[in-house]
Structures are given as C-alpha cells and as structure tokens.
Design a protein around this ligand. Structure first.
Ligand SMILES: *[C@@H]1O[C@H](CO)[C@@H](O)[C@H](O)[C@H]1NC(C)=O
Ligand SMILES: *[C@@H]1O[C@H](CO)[C@@H](O)[C@H](O)[C@H]1NC(C)=O
Ligand SMILES: *[C@@H]1O[C@H](CO)[C@@H](O)[C@H](O)[C@H]1NC(C)=O
Ligand SMILES: *[C@@H]1O[C@H](CO)[C@@H](O)[C@H](O)[C@H]1NC(C)=O
Ligand SMILES: *[C@@H]1O[C@H](CO)[C@@H](O)[C@H](O)[C@H]1NC(C)=O
Length: 740
C-alpha cells in the first residue's frame, strides 16, 4: 500500500517537474510581447538606465488585467524609428495604436493584418511611405483609422470596403493617385470621411450615397471630375461637405436641399455650372457657403434669404447676374459677390428685398393685415382728431427727447422717441435691413403704435467721411423744407455722430427699378398706373422747380429714386445731392468739379455698374461737363428718361442714342417699344395717354437743354384733360411723328 503511494507520488512529482521545465522552455505571451517591444529598439535609448523590469510600465504601454499589451500610445519614439521594427505578430492583443507625429519611417508592416483585435489605429503625421499592405483588409474590428499626413501611395485601397466597422477614416494628405473605390459604399457605419489632398482622380462613386451615417465628407484638393451624384441627397446626417478644389462639373443637384443638418458647404474652385438650386434655401442650418470660382450662372435665388444661420458666404468669380436679395447683401461684404460681371452690386436700389420673395406671402399680408391696419389707422386718426380739437397748439412742435436737438420728429401722427426706434429695430439689427447703398442702409421699423417707418442710417465709418455726411444732412435739410404728396415724407431725423438716421414714410413696393424688373410685379403695374405715375412725377418736379422759392433741383431723378407705396403710387426720394437754386446767380449753380454725380457717394466706385449708371442715367448732364452749370433742364431730361422707361419697361438708353438719327426714328414704330409683358393697350383713351407721355418725354430728351420744355409746361400739358386725338392706330405711329 505504502509502496504504491510512494510510487504515485514519484510519478506525480516527475510530471510536475516536466510541466515546470516545459513552462520554462516555452516563453509566455507576456514574454513574447516584452521581447517584441524591447527588440524594436524604440525604448532603448531613453530608458536604458531606468527601465522597469515590467514592460507594462514602459512609457506609452498599457496592459490589460492579464498583463497583455493592449495599447501603444505616445511611446516617446523618435524621428527615424521604423514601424517595421515592431514585431506586430507578437502583439496580437493590441486594441489601440496611437503613434501620431513621431517621424516614423518606411512602410506599414505587411503583417499588420494580424492585429485582429485592433479598433483604433492612428499613425497620422509621420513619414510613412509605400503602399498599404493588403492585410489591412483583415482589420475588420477597426473603428478609427487615421493615416493622414504621410506619404502613403494608394491610401484609398479598394479592400477598404472590408473594414465594415469603420466610423472614422482620415486618409488625407498622402501621395497617391487612384480613385475613390466603389466599395467605399459598404462602410455603412462611417461618420467621418476625409480624403483631402490625395491626387485622387476619377468620379465620385455613386455608392457614396449609401453612407447614410456620414457627418463629414471632405474630398477637397484632389483631381476628381464628373458631377455631384444626386445620391448625395441621401446623406441626411451630413454636417460638413467639402468638395472644393477639384474638377467637378455639371450642376449642383437640387437634392442637396435634403441635407437638412448641413452647416458647412464648400464647392469652391470646381467647374460647376447651371443655376443655384432654389431648394438651397432649405439648408436652414447652413453657416458657411462657398461656391466661388465656378461657372454658376443665373440669379441668386430669393430662397437664400431663408439661410438665417449663414455667417460666411462667397459667390465670387462666377457668372451670376441680376439683383442680390437685400438681406443677403446687407449681411455680407462686397467681396462675397465680386467678379460676377452681370451681378448688380454696390448700388442699393437694384437690390430686391427678400421681403417680396413670394407673392402669396404678400397677398396674405394684404388680405389679413391690411384691413386690420386700416381699422387701427381710422381709430388712431379719430383719437388724434379729438386730441387736436382739444389742443390745437403744438401739432407741429418738434418732439425733442432727452437727446435734445439732434433728434427731431415732426409731421407725425403720434409720438416717436429715439428709444422707440432703437427698440423697434433692436438697435439696427441686420434682420430689419431692407436696403443698402454705398454709404448707408435702410431699415424697416414697426413702431409701438403699429406705424411702419423706413430708417435710412449712415454707416458708422462712412459717417466720418465729410462727403457722405454732407449728402445726408442735405437730404434732411431739403426734405424738411418741402411738402408734396408725391415726395417721400420725412418724419424726422437724428443727426449726431452717434446716430445718423432719417425717418421716412415706409414705401412697401420699393423702387420703380425693382418693380419694373420683378417678373411678378410688373404686370400689376398696368398702363393706367404707369401713365398716372409719370404724370405725378411731372407735377412733383414742377412743384419743386416753380412753386418753391427758391427753386429746388433734384439732380438725381432715376428709377432708383422713385419709390412706390402699396397702391403703386410714386413718391420721389433721395434728395442727397438736391440743390436749392441760388436766386442771385441767374438760375445757374456752379458745381464743384465737372461731374456732379461723382460727389454723391452712391455712384462712387470703379465697378462696371457705376459706369453703366453714368452712361445711362446721367448722360443728360453731359452739358454739365462743358458748361459747369446746372439748371432745371437737367431734371427735365431725367424725367424724359424715366417716362420712357416706365412705358417701355426697360431703360431706354439704346433707344435714345438710336433716335438721334432722324432716319432711324422714322423706322421705329411706337407700338414695338411698349413693354411687351403687358397686353397692348386695348382702350383708345389709354393709347392716347401713352402717345402723349411718349411725345412729351421725347421733347424732354432734346439734346439742347434750351429746347427742352420747363416742368411747369409738362405738368400743364398733362393737366389738360383731353390729349390730342390719335391720327392713326397705335401700331402705325412712328417715333419720328412724335418728335415735334
Ligand atoms: C526612474 O523611474 C522612476 C519611476 O518611474 C522615477 O520616479 C525616477 O525619477 C526615474 N529616475 C531617473 C533618473 O530617470
Ligand atoms: C487575413 O485573414 C485571412 C482569413 O480571414 C487569413 O487567411 C490571412 O492569412 C490573413 N492575413 C494576414 C496577413 O493576417
Ligand atoms: C490622431 O491623433 C492626433 C493627435 O493626437 C489627433 O489630433 C487626431 O484627432 C487623431 N485622429 C483621430 C481620427 O482620432
Ligand atoms: C463633365 O466632365 C466629363 C469628363 O470628366 C464629361 O464627360 C462630361 O460630359 C462633363 N459633363 C458636363 C455636364 O459638362
Ligand atoms: C424644401 O422645403 C420645402 C418646404 O419645406 C419642401 O416642400 C421641399 O420639398 C424641399 N425641397 C427639397 C429638395 O428637399
């Protein structure tokens, strides 16, 4: 019995010795990892003197509870170390590798695919070269891959589609060429994709539209061609999209509008053409929009007014044309719009307000608010009447507030204070801006009593320029001296370094220019309204020239300075360069310089638009350049231009130069000049009125100022109720017949 026990014990001890011996001979996984780390040589130089026997304590090494290496992070490697020196086959427990900015050289080891547990690989900003090893495709657990800023060739390898768990992929700034592989569409968990600056060519793969979770897409600075795939509209979670600096052509698909979370959209420097899609206005979260350096044409859509969050906009270097919605213009610097030859920049009246972006909206206002407004006005009117009866004095007293003389309000049915205005515009917040010019902006303010006024405010910087300042004060001075139903009402002003603004009656429909150029509104401006408008402008100028003592010259009568109220009735505005004629100088006022208009800030500048202004609206004053005098006849000429423009629906510049040749005037038929957007005048009395307006306008356009009629004569001609009967039907009348 005992001998058996002894024998068994001997056998057991022998087994134990063998096991122990075997354990000593075969290195443990820990030993293998330690040897892989130390033989890399990465930890030798710095730490030889003070290196711990436990490699889990070495700088940058993290082990799990079982003592196995799971992370290498910030290992103090230094320039010139090679990733290939690290035996990855022995480090198969690694979950995270973060070696950013260590100057690692040479290739990514071919056996990197052995790291089957790896979820995070960040080798950004090193000097890695060569191609990705094929075994990369085995890293199927990988969630983050950052190889950015190296010299890897072909970094966007086709097998990338195997890395199904990738959430973040940054391969930017490598040298490679190649294309974006179609299989990228398989990375269904991807949120961040950066392929910036990689010399990638080919097209954007259709499969990109499958990356439904994508939040950031950056393929900028490559050689990508072809068009933006419509599938991009599937990327509903996209916040950032940068396709800039490529050769992308075609149009911007309207489906980009589906990217409702998008904050950043950069399409700069491609060869995109077509129009800006109307649906762009749906991107209400957009903060940055850069479409510069493309071939985009057409108008800037009003829908862009809806981009309230936008803080950066660049549309420069395209072929955009037409007016810029006011709210957009007020918000961004001129550089946002530069080098679009046909875009109307710099000149306030050509900007249309977002205010009129949809007609329905307008009609809702009219249908709902107008009756209410009328009721309120009637009520306020009655109250005021009672008040006036009980207190007849003081009706015209300036309502000076604690701001003293600088803030004056008169001629107004109710009290406005400086504070009311600041409050109503939230201290001139951009949201209330409805127009802008070279030297100031126009704001809409609804006062506590419901009354809406327009405020023209001098920009702070421009306020320090004596020229602008002078124009501004001149307007306040002249408008406070004259009253006429067809001159825009000035209610008051604030003229102080710190608050330069004028308070006017609000003109709902904007300038004549806007209305004539708005496809929606020009039809509403029918023949009768147009004829009446021309007549009322004639009466107004006649009043200024002949009923005011001393006479007042406007000197800037143009489609931009005739404003229209809700009933499309005209009011003359913008008296910035108007002049009171000095009675002692025989109706001739010397102007400082030869070109009056250049002293008005609104036409300062060197852009092509200014040139057009000078050519079109002011050639009337060509005589000024020679005679240095200005008199009423300059306004008469401008009136002629306005009258024709109103009837023709567009600026008569070319028409005027062509009719200087009598033979040409004989061949031009009046009927053909009329605004074609309106049906031809059916009624005989309307036709007669049109003929009268055109023939008077032609007389006003006589090249010799002395031969032009006075405004009083024009006004009286219009007052005669029965204009001359038509000798023949409208379609038979030539322009030359009307020129006598
Ligand atoms: C050696 O390592 C220990 C613990 O890591 C540290 O406190 C000590 O400062 C080191 N000594 C030298 C000379 O680097
Ligand atoms: C990649 O994985 C496959 C099997 O999944 C295996 O056959 C192959 O050897 C692996 N390659 C590398 C480099 O680890
Ligand atoms: C890679 O590491 C750098 C440096 O720590 C870091 O800035 C970058 O965000 C990392 N990349 C990713 C994708 O986490
Ligand atoms: C875009 O460019 C490609 C060549 O890269 C060409 O085949 C295609 O016709 C172009 N499309 C448009 C709309 O210009
Ligand atoms: C833009 O928004 C409007 C209204 O919210 C919607 O009717 C339209 O379908 C949207 N357009 C696109 C392209 O998403």
């Amino acid at each position: 019995m005992n001998s058996v026990l002894v024998h068994c014990a001997a056998i057991i001890s022998t087994i134990l010795v063998v096991v122990a011996q075997n354990a000593q001979n075969l290195p443990s996984p820990r030993d293998l990892e330690r040897s892989a780390l130390s033989s890399s040589g990465w930890w030798n130089d710095h730490h030889t003197k003070n290196i711990s026997s436990n490699h889990c304590e070495w700088p940058g090494i993290t082990c799990n509870k079982g003592g196995l290496v799971v992370e290498i992070n910030d290992c103090d490697a230094y320039e010139g170390n090679s990733l290939e020196d690290l035996n990855l086959l022995m480090l198969q427990n690694l979950v995270r590798v973060h070696l950013h900015g260590y100057g690692l050289i040479l290739n990514i080891p071919t056996h990197i695919g052995a790291l089957s547990k790896l979820t995070y690989l960040n080798l950004s900003t090193n000097q890695l070269t060569g191609e990705f090893p094929l075994s990369m495709a085995n890293l199927t657990k990988l969630e983050t891959l950052d190889i950015s800023n190296n010299f890897i060739i072909g970094s966007v390898f086709p097998e990338i589609g195997n890395l199904m768990n990738l959430v973040i992929m940054d391969l930017s700034q490598n040298s490679l060429n190649g294309i974006i592989p179609c299989r990228i569409g398989a990375l269904s968990k991807l949120k961040f994709l950066n392929l910036r600056r990689n010399k990638l060519s080919g097209h954007i793969p259709l499969s990109l539209g499958n990356l439904m979770k994508l939040e950031t897409l950056d393929i900028s600075l490559n050689l990508i061609s072809g068009s933006i795939v419509p599938g991009i509209g599937n990327l509903m979670n996209l916040l950032v999209m940068d396709l800039s600096h490529n050769f992308i052509n075609g149009t911007i698909p309207s489906r980009v509008a589906a990217l409702s979370k998008l904050k950043f959209l950069n399409l700069r420097r491609n060869i995109l053409s077509g129009r800006i899609p109307l649906s762009l206005g749906n991107l209400t979260k957009l903060e940055t929009l850069d479409m510069s350096d493309n071939n985009i044409f057409g108008a800037i859509p009003f829908s862009m007014c809806k981009l309230y969050s936008l803080t950066f906009l660049d549309l420069s270097n395209n072929q955009l044309e037409g007016p810029i919605p006011l709210e957009i213009l007020c918000k961004f610097p001129a550089s946002s719009f530069l080098t679009n030859n046909k875009l109307d920049t710099y000149y306030f009246p050509n900007y249309r307000s977002c205010h009129y972006q949809t007609k329905e909206k307008h009609q809702i206002y009219i249908k709902i608010f107008l009756p209410i407004a009328v009721l309120v006005l009637v009520f306020v009117g009655l109250l005021l009447l009672c008040k006036l009866k009980s207190n007849k004095t003081n009706s015209d007293r300036p309502l000076a507030t604690k701001h003293g003389d600088i803030f004056k309000i008169w001629n107004f049915d109710g009290k406005i204070t400086y504070e009311d205005i600041i409050e109503a515009t939230e201290d001139f917040d951009i949201r209330y801006c409805i127009g802008t010019g070279g030297y100031g902006s126009v704001y809409r303010a609804e006062l506590p009593n419901g009354r809406v006024v327009a405020l023209k405010k001098l920009h702070k910087l421009e306020g320090e320029n004596p020229t602008y300042d002078k124009c501004f004060k001149n307007e306040a001075k002249i408008l406070s001296q004259i009253r006429h139903q067809n001159i825009v009402k000035l209610f008051g002003y604030c003229l102080h370094k710190r608050c330069m603004f004028l308070v006017y009656d609000y003109m709902e429909r904007g300038s004549l220019f806007c209305v004539l150029n708005d496809e929606d509104e020009d039809l509403e401006l029918d023949w009768i309204k147009r004829v009446n408008m021309v007549k009322s402008i004639a009466h107004t100028l006649s009043y200024m020239h002949h009923d005011c003592t001393p006479p007042i010259l406007h000197r800037d009568v143009s489609n931009n300075n005739i404003l229209l109220n809700s009933k499309l009735e005209a009011r003359l505005s913008d008296f910035g360069i108007a002049r009171v004629l000095d009675p002692d100088s025989s109706n001739q006022t010397q102007i400082a310089g030869t070109r009056t208009w250049l002293y008005c800030p609104r036409v300062l500048g060197t852009n092509s638009f200014t040139k057009r202004l000078l050519d079109d609206n002011y050639f009337c004053c060509a005589e000024l350049a020679y005679t240095m005098i200005v008199n009423e006849k300059c306004d008469v000429y401008s009136f002629g231009v306005i009258a024709l423009e109103t009837i023709f629906g567009s600026h008569p510049g070319e028409f005027i130069s062509s009719i200087t040749r009598r033979s040409a005037a004989e061949t031009i038929i009046l009927h053909h000049c009329l605004d074609k957007r309106l049906p031809p005048p059916a009624d005989l009395s309307i036709a007669t009125n049109i003929v009268q307006v055109v023939s008077i306008a032609l007389a006003c356009l006589n090249p010799n100022p002395k031969s032009r009629p006075w405004m009083k004569e024009v006004s009286q001609e219009f007052l005669v109720n029965n204009p001359p009967k038509l000798s023949r039907p409208l379609h038979n009348i030539s322009i030359s017949e009307l020129m006598n």
